[in-house]
Design a binder for this molecule. Sequence first.
Ligand SMILES: Cc1ncc(COP(=O)(O)O)c(C=O)c1O
Length: 441
Amino acid sequence: MLCSRRMEIDPLARALNETLTREAPTVFALLSERGKRLFFPVEGILGQTSEAKGSAMNATIGIGFDDVGAPLALPSLLKSFNLPPEDVLPYAPSFGLPQLRERWGAMLREKNSSLSVRLSLPVVTAGITHALDVAAALFVDPNDSVILPDPAWDNYALTFSSLYGASLSSYPAFRGAQYNLAALEETIARSPGSKKIVLLNFPHNPSGYTLTVKEAQDLAQLLRRRAESGDTLLVLLDDAYFGLVYEEGILRESLLSILSNLHERILIAKIDGASKEDCAWGLRIGFLTFAQRGMTDAVATALEHKAAGAVRASVSNACRASQAALLSLYNSPSYDAEKVRTFSLLHERYREVRRALTDSEIANALQFLPFNSGYFFCVALPTWCNADVVRRALLRDHSIGVIAMGNLLRIAYSSLPRKHIEPVLQTIAQVCRSQNPPENR
Ligand SMILES: Cc1ncc(COP(=O)(O)O)c(C=O)c1O
């Protein structure tokens, strides 16, 4: 009896599903079985707590207060924070602090000024990885296929495949110096069923590539063609490295601006956060925001409730102190100038990488994947060369740490002082030259 009750869909989930079925059937069609069951429990402890807010004797809240209504606090703990106790110690709402959600939403519009559709209010997650997890909970069923570039950030496999049971359909990210949109289109067309889940990540980890403006427009045409031919698409935009673009002619706004008004059969889930945008990696604050052509308020709210339900079910809520610290950062008069300084540092290193690559010894020994943005670039080793052997040699003999992925070496200039860039590249070139092709062995 208990078992069958547990699998029933809660009436609140049913109400959200009815809204989606009525107002956005294509969004409903994209939900996973888990996503259909998800809801935010507005009527339980949280709802009753919220109703009792402001009551003279409030015995609902699951934290401790002292006799004058301040959160119980251990002073030695508070010493680590330059924020009032009420901004640090209580729980945050599962949706995130309302002011932070509003602020991030407003900043999204400022950063993407050509956006033409309404967005849902961002739901706060415990980092960008968690926003990916919440999106997977809402939309990914076992055996769904998630379409990804190759190479891709390896954590996608852990989330989508190992945790949610999806299969991964990869396409080669590059054809020569360009993003391989033809391979992406073919992979979408080949992927079974009409529900398609496409993950796009620019600036891209590991290559450090962002689409040119022309490629972004071609991508939009491609996705529109798929939607017009009957596919229903969920496009997950992992914008973790948003803003770090170093060349002209490269897309500066999120793909959200270009894709969100394309077609009713395309739902965009924008996944971003403070981790890289605000150098706040360990604060663990990410955001999940939805957009769809013609999205109504009710649909946006239903999606926010489902996302907040997934947050409530996994981590309950994201760190309040981190959210308060970010709000205070966004209100700081020097925020923009501070961001320009960190951007300039990374930009300078990017330019140094580009300069070092013109050195003929390096240029003759190494091939690169295209790159123009982000934290990384990748050396593509010849197929006979084992990247992990090269990685180990660099570490053992030269104290240089890089990441080996397939036949790629990923080099994070984001963490390399400028003066080390050329010597690191020279050493990589030297170690690569010392690897013998099979015919010379
Ligand atoms: C492409 C990409 N997405 C997401 C993340 C995760 O960000 P967070 O640390 O906020 O979980 C990373 C971190 O390396 C990343 O490279």
